[in-house]
Design a binder for this molecule. Structure first.
Ligand SMILES: Cc1ncc(COP(=O)(O)O)c(C=O)c1O
Length: 413
């Protein structure tokens, strides 16, 4: 063995893990906000570390996770079908209720066909990987969700990313491509950190002008926005103009799983080609039955959507008036920008002590210096709970020097 070889310490693939101490460092300071177990919950109020706090960080937009009708539907499905499907939809894992849900969702979304996936993440990852082939190009918003990014990385197509919601940049990128390349524009309908909407009328116009297909990930918009909760494109009266719309069941639908709707042949193609669909077990019966019931409730109890809109406006106005920077939120997701990472974790802890749980979001999920508390609201939040959330933000914001008493921001972020 050469002398120089003896000196080199052999690489260990685990070195990065042994050197990862950031989580332990923050835990030692008592500021670690992640993986906190909820030991009890009624949806609105949860128990963490033995303390009751108002949940202001859930995607349970319609407030249905603890609805007795959904819980009973799930229990009945378990009694009838068992606890799991133990196989892919392709083979032994299709139940009659999977087909019923696909039919009902296609009808609800006014599209020809629907395919279910076992998570929302798999839906976008699997569908995007499958539709973009070797000669195709994906135009993806820079702020798109991680599952879209994964889908683009897995696909054999090329991907170009346009600046967030920047339609001039998207146009320039589209102009560079010739007519022989298959094109799809992919965007979140509502962006999951900022709560802002995609520029759907412009996306539709550009997709038509450049003969590109349009794909929206409406995880945070179906059951939230648009006519009867049909999502972001519907909010602009443009649902017909979007080729593919995906949704998730982990938010408004109070369950787990995801779906994609579109024209019959496209959905059939994805159903028969997507590895994430073919090589993964299907949604368990309880999850499917929960979504079927949630879809029914969504259509019957339209007050939930109305209330969601009213309280989102109320909270946006309230947080803004207190002096907080809430970015460009247009939905029940309202970020409160704190700026520095450690300041954000301290704010999170103080807020918790004041009886409110919100999600601490730090880089790389947001740009450096833009750490934030991501708040989100549910149709079932009471007025008193909303005011308690505002009061807690006011107290902590002043104490931590983020806002002053007169409703001014004291930070640059
Ligand atoms: C925009 C967006 N798409 C997809 C997903 C993935 O959904 P799920 O958590 O149901 O897998 C999320 C989850 O947060 C999301 O925010």
């Amino acid at each position: 063995m050469a002398q120089s070889d003896q000196k080199i310490k052999p690489a260990d693939i685990f070195d990065k893990a042994y050197q990862f101490t950031a989580a332990d460092d923050v835990k030692a300071l008592g500021l670690y906000p992640y993986f906190k177990p909820l030991t009890d919950t009624d949806g609105n109020v949860v128990v963490i570390e033995g303390k009751e706090v108002i949940m202001a960080g859930s995607n349970n937009y319609l407030g249905l996770t603890n609805d007795i009708r959904l819980m009973e539907a799930a229990q009945k499905a378990i009694t009838k079908y068992g606890t799991g499907c133990t196989g892919s939809r392709y083979l032994n894992g299709t139940l009659d209720i999977h087909l019923e849900l696909e039919e009902k969702l296609a009808a609800f979304m006014r599209k020809e066909n629907c395919v279910l996936f076992s998570t929302g993440y798999q839906t976008n990852e699997g569908a995007i990987q499958t539709i973009a082939g070797r000669n195709d190009i994906i135009f993806s918003d820079k702020d798109n969700h991680a599952c879209i990014v994964t889908g683009t990385l897995l696909s054999n197509g090329r991907t170009v990313r346009y600046y967030h919601n920047d339609m001039d940049h998207l146009r320039k990128l589209l102009e560079r491509e010739g007519p022989s390349t298959g094109k799809v524009i992919v965007s979140d309908g509502v962006f999951s950190m900022s709560g802002s909407l995609a520029r759907i009328p412009e996306l539709v116009a550009l997709s038509k002008e450049f003969n590109a297909r349009l794909y929206l990930d409406d995880a945070h918009a179906i059951g939230v926005l648009g006519e009867g909760g049909r999502g972001s494109a519907s909010a602009f009266g443009l649902l017909d103009e979007v080729d593919l719309v995906s949704g998730t069941f982990s938010k408004s639908f109070a369950s787990l799983g995801g779906f994609l709707v579109g024209d019959r042949s496209i959905i059939e193609y994805i159903r028969h080609h997507s590895p994430a669909h073919i090589f993964s077990a299907s949604m368990p019966p309880a999850n499917v039955a929960t979504v079927l019931k949630a879809l029914e409730v969504l259509q019957e109890e339209t007050w939930r959507l109305d209330r969601l809109e009213v309280i989102s406006n109320y909270m946006r106005k309230g947080l803004k008036e207190l002096g907080f920077n809430i970015w460009t939120s247009q939905s029940p997701i309202i970020p409160v920008v704190i700026g520095d990472l450690m300041d954000c974790l301290k704010f999170w802890r103080d807020l918790f002590e004041e009886g409110v749980y919100a999600n601490a979001v730090v880089p790389p999920a947001v740009p450096r210096g833009q750490s934030l508390l991501r708040t989100s609201y549910m149709a079932t939040h009471t007025d008193a709970q909303l005011d308690s959330i505002l009061d807690a933000f006011r107290k902590v914001g002043i104490r931590r020097g983020i806002i002053d008493q007169n409703g001014h921001s004291l930070i640059e972020a």
